[in-house]
Structures are given as C-alpha cells and as structure tokens.
Design a protein around this ligand. Structure first.
Ligand SMILES: Cc1cc2nc3c(=O)[nH]c(=O)nc-3n(C[C@H](O)[C@H](O)[C@H](O)COP(=O)(O)OP(=O)(O)OC[C@H]3O[C@@H](n4cnc5c(N)ncnc54)[C@H](O)[C@@H]3O)c2cc1C
Length: 494
C-alpha cells in the first residue's frame, strides 16, 4: 500500500499500541520511527532478565487469541511465524482465604459441576451466563471494538441502533449483572475477577464487560513460549520487515506543531515528522510534552479521571519448586468489597490483600535456571498511593507470610533473586499518570466515545494510541488501538 508515501511519522512510545500503529502505518507506505524512552521496547510489557531468570514485568495473560490472529493476518502473517503458543489447563487456580481452593478451566462441564457444588442451580446459570457473554462478545467486537467509533458521528449508524436494546441493558454495573445469575459470594468473585484486566471494580464497571467471561472460559488462556516478551519481539520483528525504525533510550521532551509538520524534541536531538502518534500515557503527553494551547483537556479533566489501579510487584527467583501454585494463581480475600473500596473509594494499602501470582516456570523451563522457579506476585493498589521503602519492605514481608499461610508455599528462605516495582516505578519508568499500571479504568464515563479520542481535536496531524484511548486497556485492545489510530491518520491524509 502506498497511501502514506512520503509521509514521515514519529511514534512516541514503544508499547503495544505504538508498535501496532507503527506496523499498520509502515504497511501503508509511511516512513515510521518509533522513539522510546527506555532501553527496551514493549512498554509495560517489558522483560526483566537477571541471573538466568526471565520475568515478564507486566502482562502475563495472553487472552483473545482471535485478536492477535487478526492483527498478523492483516500483514499476511500468522502469530506462529513469530512465537509458539500453549493453551493452559487449568486457566488458573484460586485460593480463597477461608482455606477453600478450586481451579478455573476451559471445560464448561467441569465448570458447571464446580458452580453446582457451591449453589444448587448455579451450574445451569453458569452455562446461561457464558452463552450470553459469548453473544455480547461477538456483537461488541464486530460492531463496536473492531469498528473505530471515536467520534459522535461514528455512532449514527444502523448497526448501533440495532444493538441499542442490548447496550441499554448493559449500562448497569457488573455487580448487578452477576447477581442475576448466582448468589454465592465465591461464584460472584469468579465471574467478577476478570474485571481486574480492565482496571475496574464490580461496582464501577458496566455490565457489558461480562464479555470477559467469554474471553476467559470460552476463548481460553494461552502462554507464548518464553513469555509475553516473545510477543513484543514478534511485533518488533514484523515492524522491521515492514521498514519501521526503532530508537530506544530516547525520551521525548516536547512536541510542537511547526509550519510544515512537527518538531519532536528529545534529549539527543530533534525529529521533524509530518505526523505524530503518541503512545506514551495521554495525560503525560498533554500535560508535559505539548504547549498549553495545543492541549485538548485541562488539568481538571485529568485530575477527575478514574485511573485503573497501580500495583505492588515482587519478582522472585526461588530455589526448588512451588507446588501447588499453578502458572496463574489467584489468592482472593474474605472481604471482597473492602478490597475494592481500598483501591477506588478510600485509597490505602489493602489490609487484606487480594493478589495474583504468575509462575511461568510451571510451564516453561527456559525462564529459570535448573532447579529454580520464577514467579511474580502482583497486588493491585490504588493509583497515586504513597510508596516508600519502608512500606514496600513491610508489605513484602506481609505478602510472603500470606502466601505461606494461604497456599502453603514457603518462599522466604529460598529466594535467590528479588526485585520490587511499585507506584513510583510506574511513574519513573513509563511516565505513568499517578503510577497507574493500566491507564484509564473502564467506568461507564470512560468507555467508548467517552474515552479520550485517538485524534487530537486541537492539533492537526497529532494522534494517540494505547490503553488511554479507544478501545481500551490490555494487550489485545492496544493492538486494535494501533489499527484504529493508523486508519484515522490514513483517512485524514486522504
Ligand atoms: C503489571 C501489569 C500486568 C498486566 N497484565 C496484563 C495481562 O496479563 N494481559 C493483558 O492483556 N494486559 C495486561 N496488562 C496491560 C497491558 O500491559 C497494557 O494495557 C498495554 O501493554 C499498554 O500498552 P500501551 O500501548 O498503552 O503502551 P505502554 O505499554 O504504556 O507503553 C508506552 C510507552 O511510552 C514510553 N514513553 C513514556 N513517555 C515517553 C516519552 N516522553 N518519550 C518516549 N517514550 C515515552 C514508555 O516508556 C512506554 O514504553 C498489564 C499491565 C501491567 C502493568
């Protein structure tokens, strides 16, 4: 394709949204340069390698394989030309803090029996819930996610009218939606847990995100051999094949619109592209890189957003095995509502933490030296929380004790490598607004058209991509975001 011949595009930030947009734009004939602050590409999907351990620092759940297939298909490629996938079974293990435990699996009959064992009739309710979720997913993806509807006029469309009755039923909360199907608190937690992928709580996330259950139970949970870093490498390799240039260790310090295009200032010099696609956090670009008159939103707007949680992360290299932890393990609290309150309503370090443990060495022996295990622990935290060395140390001790108490796995005396990452690291490493791990939460006020737009209305030729704009949070959504942004740029060029 040559729609963008003789067009220079600078992509500011090498996260999944930026890498995806770069591929689409280069494929359309543009000269594309990705300018990334850090030494590695991948953004929040960075990789930490030390002493024979390889940790995915961010995403670890490869969900929605259909989206990755569709992405590579656009370039006449297939994901397996770049990385190998393994379907996980179980998808994850859950430890409830009352001593109960169960596995979530892709086998619907098994899940129905599990639900029935907690609540009579819940087996059938689960099947019904999942069928509805499948239907909502297919409608949402086809009519709303793959189609970029970032402007009001994109909503004046017969497809939107046809889907309106479903949409109106789904503006209530996920909490209310799940309660229509099951009553048992643990079953509600299983169906609501997937909201953490969207950075929301059951109270503030619209019911339409029940589609995440179809993603989890029907589409399945996969692992790319070598970890999510292998997917980043795949996108970078594809970009290279398409002619994308990558500049790392190069922080952008300012973006200004000149007469014939843009001036992108960096610590080591300036670029003068015709168009800019910003993948760095939207608020950072608006507030710190653009001159005031070229911003679309004021400080009040950014201060009043609902940011998705930050996280306290412990990356641990451990001697020996970690049975009975699975590749993905969740440890869920007794006080479910209290846990979300401490993230969204009364920000504080959780008294009774809920957390996720990722242990890829259960599946992949290349991520840890022989005789060792590789795991990270992720505790969701309110964004912007105070983050001091003393807090990290005491919380680290608390979490390790909690793991021992609730899963039976003693880690403390066999840790051979340990790194911590928390709110302030998100700010420093990614220029993340309030240290959010995920971007803007998917509340009703921050969904679809109500998210910041992928086209700047203030500066012609400036676009945004990634988890702050449409369609939203998570690796698959950022891949689609890159496509939408590239398409917007190409359409405007016409
Ligand atoms: C701990 C954690 C766990 C997660 N788990 C999952 C999961 O299991 N599955 C899933 O699908 N998603 C998961 N996510 C979400 C997913 O990782 C993100 O939604 C996605 O990777 C964000 O991509 P992005 O395009 O928004 O860019 P980002 O990854 O945010 O990248 C933006 C890039 O811009 C760079 N940048 C910032 N400022 C500048 C500047 N001034 N100049 C140049 N470059 C700059 C940053 O360094 C960064 O590389 C997780 C995220 C985290 C943090």
């Amino acid at each position: 394709m040559t729609q963008l011949a003789d067009t220079d595009v600078a992509v500011v930030g090498g996260g999944f949204g930026g890498l995806s947009a770069a591929c689409y734009l280069a494929d359309a004939g543009a000269d594309v340069r990705v300018v990334e602050k850090n030494a590695e590409l991948g953004g929040r999907a960075s990789v930490l390698e030390r002493d024979g351990f390889r940790f995915d620092m961010g995403p670890s759940w490869y969900l929605m394989p259909d989206v990755f297939e569709r992405f590579f298909d656009h370039f006449d490629r297939r994901p397996e030309e770049y990385y190998d996938l393994e379907r996980l079974d179980p998808h994850y293990r859950i430890f409830f803090k009352d001593g109960d435990t169960c596995d979530a699996r892709g086998d619907t009959e098994y899940m129905q029996e599990l639900f029935e064992s907690y609540e009579p009739g819940a087996g059938e309710a689960f099947e019904e819930y999942l069928e509805t979720s499948r239907h909502h997913y297919e409608t949402a993806m086809e009519k709303f996610v793959y189609v970029d509807r970032s402007r009001l006029r994109d909503w004046v469309d017969p497809d939107v009218m046809a889907a309106a009755p479903i949409g109106l039923q789904l503006v209530g909360s996920m909490e209310g939606h799940v309660e229509k199907y099951v009553e048992h608190p643990k079953l509600k937690q299983i169906l609501q847990y997937t909201l953490v992928f969207l950075g929301g709580s059951p109270k503030n996330t619209p019911a339409l995100y029940n589609i995440m259950s179809h993603v989890d139970f029907n589409l399945g949970v996969y692992y790319p051999d070598g970890g999510m870093g292998a997917v980043v490498d795949g996108l970078v390799e594809l970009g290279e094949e398409l002619g994308v240039e990558y500049v790392t260790d190069c922080e952008v310090e300012g973006i200004t619109r000149g007469r014939d295009g843009f001036i992108v200032d960096t610590a080591t010099g300036e670029y003068r592209p015709d168009r800019v696609v910003a993948n760095a956090d939207y608020g950072h670009v608006e507030r710190e890189l653009l001159p005031e008159h070229e911003r679309q939103y004021d400080d009040d707007y950014w201060d009043s957003r609902t940011y998705a949680p930050s996280a306290f992360l412990l990356y641990l290299g451990v001697e020996g095995d970690i049975d009975p932890l699975e590749h993905h393990t969740l440890v869920l609290p007794r006080d479910w509502d209290g846990h979300f309150e401490q993230i969204f309503d009364l920000p504080s370090w959780p008294d009774e933490p809920a957390y996720y443990i990722c242990a890829p060495s259960v599946t992949d022996d290349s991520v840890a030296p022989e005789g060792h295990s590789n795991l990270f622990v992720l505790v969701p935290l309110a964004p912007g929380l105070p983050d001091t060395e003393a807090l990290r140390q005491s919380y680290r001790d608390e979490i390790l004790d909690d793991i021992a108490e609730h899963t039976g796995v003693e880690l403390k005396d066999r840790i051979v490598l340990e790194e911590r990452f928390c709110v302030q690291d998100f700010v420093e490493r990614y220029n993340a607004s309030r240290g959010t791990a995920l971007g803007l939460a998917h509340t009703l006020r921050q969904t679809a058209l109500l998210r910041p737009s992928n086209r700047s209305s203030a500066v012609e030729g400036l676009y945004y991509t990634g988890s702050f704009t449409t369609p939203g949070v998570g690796v698959p959504m950022c891949l689609i975001s890159g496509e939408h942004t590239a398409k917007a740029l190409i359409d405007d060029q016409r």
